[in-house]
Design a protein around this ligand. Structure first.
Ligand SMILES: O=P(O)(O)OC[C@H]1O[C@](O)(COP(=O)(O)O)[C@@H](O)[C@@H]1O
Ligand SMILES: [Mn+2]
Length: 625
């Protein structure tokens, strides 16, 4: 064959393959948010395919397995390692154990074949374990019903069991099912803060997941901002870690030596009830609680001082109402705001100089410099934050939907509120684009000096026009010191109320150049009273809210699934622990609600990926001689 013909045939083969992919059903997207370092809860959602795995098992085994046996199989798929250990304790007879393994291998193979049926080969290949690839590929892709081959496959399964590879094999297939149950995960912000293992979530995504994206949340910004050199982001972050008994995360995972702040804090402060940690884990010692308490005070006071300096440096941020330290009276036991004076029962203003309340002391300065140098040089923090940066954005337009963590700031009429900074005005989409630009610029050029980028990144955390925060003020000071609920209340931007209006959803979509048939999906605010589905089903809030805040203790938040049949919102069962989930064989989903039902089954053709494929096909067609 001459070379020209050969290369033409290569191109044609590629076109045939790509055209075939266009007609496969659209992959399943899962939308989750506000994980807040709860790695077990996150893995529970992911391993269950946000409820998709149990649905698939039901579709395959309805009428063949009882509900109880379906639940057992589902639980095995979520937690194969733990469930297999239990089974080995329960089934001690060798023959019975072999039988169980053979039956189970057959069942999980049926499920993996079913979930992989809508994927092109290269995606399935990625989901299969590389060590066992040669065997799994034969059993997954082989035609098991072909009469001449049945014996061949059965013998293979028998040999896997006889060679005692059964557990390893089952585990690898279960993991493949988990991966294939969701094609892409959208993590709509707040991976970090409060919970103990945000790094485990990053690790899971980087090591075992292929398709995902982050839409950054306000808490993630604190961590990215600290790497960029923002001392304010860092002090907020340390304060929150101390508040949630999480300082170990900084030491053990990010290699931050906290000696300087712990020494300073325990010397300058005594534990006080208003700084007690917000969690009470079994095994927390009094010593640890005292350290948390004092570090929280030290970080809070340094934060309030540096915030004061930043607010004065940046009048354009319009945050003068947050200047509170200078309103504390000389007795340091009361504060006068406007006309009113409020008592401060538990103040800790011993390092505040009334003549110059926002000035930090020399000791504080030493601590801050030591810490910010460590943050900006932490290898692990660098790795994790760049991972979030590389795979994330302020907002994402994907398959016709608009995703962001918090809000697009508006006034009561729904007009986009402008932020006047850097000689320009930014509002709506341009505010999001500008925020992303500054964040990236800040991370590319880290500096520990008081620069504009660092100040702006901190503004994204708690400024009233920040798309990530979405509240009029952050009342940290009031919540620590002033026992007055009216002052402590943070008011949501009108955006959240307007989200009940369909016209508003349409306006947002238009601002982002999207068709009004798509959906807006965000997180951030826990839904206590209203439904998470709003604006005639055009807006969905997927907060994986913590059970502590939930109006119903059985509800553990919401996740959204978007597959070839449409979109459905899953109400998640409250998650208490991995062990409890395994013992109770509880499924993740409590309830489902259809958000959209596609009239026709969506295929890859109807997705952004499909658009790319079409372009590739066009380019290839042009190459044909
Ligand atoms: O309950 P805590 O730890 O004091 O945190 C409360 C603070 O967290 C915030 O709710 C922001 O966090 P979220 O993004 O999780 O809502 C602030 O508005 C509030 O001041
Ligand atoms: Mn948030």
């Amino acid at each position: 064959m001459d070379n020209e013909l050969k290369s033409n045939n290569d191109i044609k083969t590629k076109i045939v393959k790509l055209s075939a992919i266009l007609n496969l059903p659209k992959g399943t997207e899962a939308f989750i948010s506000d994980i807040h370092g709860n790695d077990d809860k996150y893995l529970n959602i992911i391993r269950s395919g946000a409820g998709n795995v149990s649905r698939k098992v039901e579709e395959v085994f309805n009428g063949r397995l009882t509900k109880l046996n379906q639940r057992k199989l589902v639980c095995l798929i979520y937690y194969p390692e733990e469930v297999l250990a239990q089974i080995h304790e329960q089934i001690t007879d060798p023959d019975e154990a072999k039988q169980w393994s053979m039956d189970t291998i057959n069942s999980v193979l049926e499920v993996v074949r079913y979930v992989s049926s809508k994927y092109p080969r290269h995606i399935i290949d990625k989901a299969l374990d590389t060590d066992l690839y040669e065997i799994t590929k034969k059993l997954v892709f082989g035609d098991l019903m072909a009469p001449d081959k049945q014996q061949y496959y059965r013998e293979m399964i028998k040999t896997v069991v006889n060679l005692k590879m059964n557990d390893e094999f089952i585990i690898s297939i279960c993991h493949a099912i988990q991966k294939l149950a969701i094609e892409r995960i959208h993590i709509i912000g707040d991976v970090y803060d409060r919970g103990r293992h945000p790094e485990a979530i990053i690790k899971h995504l980087s090591e075992s997941w292929q398709n995902f994206d982050f839409e950054w949340g306000n808490h993630d910004i604190l961590w990215m901002g600290s790497l960029a050199g923002s001392k304010l982001c860092m002090l907020n972050l340390i304060r929150i870690c101390a508040r949630y008994h999480n300082l170990k995360l900084l030491e053990n995972v990010y290699g931050i030596d906290l000696t300087s702040i712990i020494k300073f804090a325990t010397h300058a402060y005594v534990p006080m009830s208003n700084f007690e940690p917000r969690v009470n884990f079994a095994g927390m010692t009094d010593d640890e609680k005292n350290v948390d308490n004092c570090v929280q005070q030290a970080a809070a006071i340094m934060q309030f001082k540096l915030e004061g300096q930043a607010i004065k440096r940046r009048p354009e941020f319009d945050m003068n109402d947050r200047l509170l330290l200078d309103k504390v009276n000389l007795d340091k036991k009361s504060i006068t705001i406007g006309e009113k004076t409020y008592q401060i029962k538990h103040g800790c203003f011993q390092t505040v100089n009334p003549a110059s309340p926002y000035q930090i002391t020399h000791s504080e300065q030493t601590v801050i410099i030591d810490l910010i140098n460590q943050f900006t040089h932490s290898t692990q923090l660098n790795e994790h934050m760049w991972f979030m940066l590389d795979h994330g954005s302020m907002y994402l337009k994907h398959n016709g939907n608009l995703l962001f963590h918090g809000c697009i700031p508006v006034d009561k009429q729904g007009n986009f509120l402008p932020l006047h900074v850097d000689g320009q005005s930014y509002a709506g989409r341009s505010l999001c684009d500008y925020s992303e630009y500054i964040l990236k610029d800040g991370l590319r050029h880290p500096t520990t000096g008081d620069c504009y980028n660092s100040d702006f990144i901190w503004y994204l955390w708690e400024g009233k026009n920040s798309p990530l925060f979405g509240k009029d003020k952050m009342t940290t000071f009031e919540r620590y010191f002033i026992d007055e609920s009216e002052l402590q209340t943070e008011h949501l931007n009108p955006f959240f109320e307007l989200c009940n209006e369909e016209w508003f959803a349409d306006k947002l979509m238009k601002e982002f150049n999207l068709n009004s048939r798509g959906h807006i999906i965000n997180g951030h605010t826990p839904e206590f009273t209203d439904s998470p589905v709003k604006a005639n089903k055009k807006i969905v809030v997927v907060n994986g809210l913590s059970e502590i805040n939930s109006r119903d203790r059985n509800i553990g938040g919401y996740a959204l699934l978007f597959d070839s049949y449409g979109m459905r919102l899953e109400t998640l069962r409250a998650f208490r622990s991995r062990q409890e989930s395994i013992e109770e064989m509880s499924d993740v989903v409590l309830d489902k609600q259809i958000v959209e039902h596609s009239a026709e089954r969506r295929t890859v053709k109807d997705t952004d990926y499909g658009q790319n494929i079409k372009k590739q096909i066009e380019r290839l067609a042009e190459e044909l001689k």
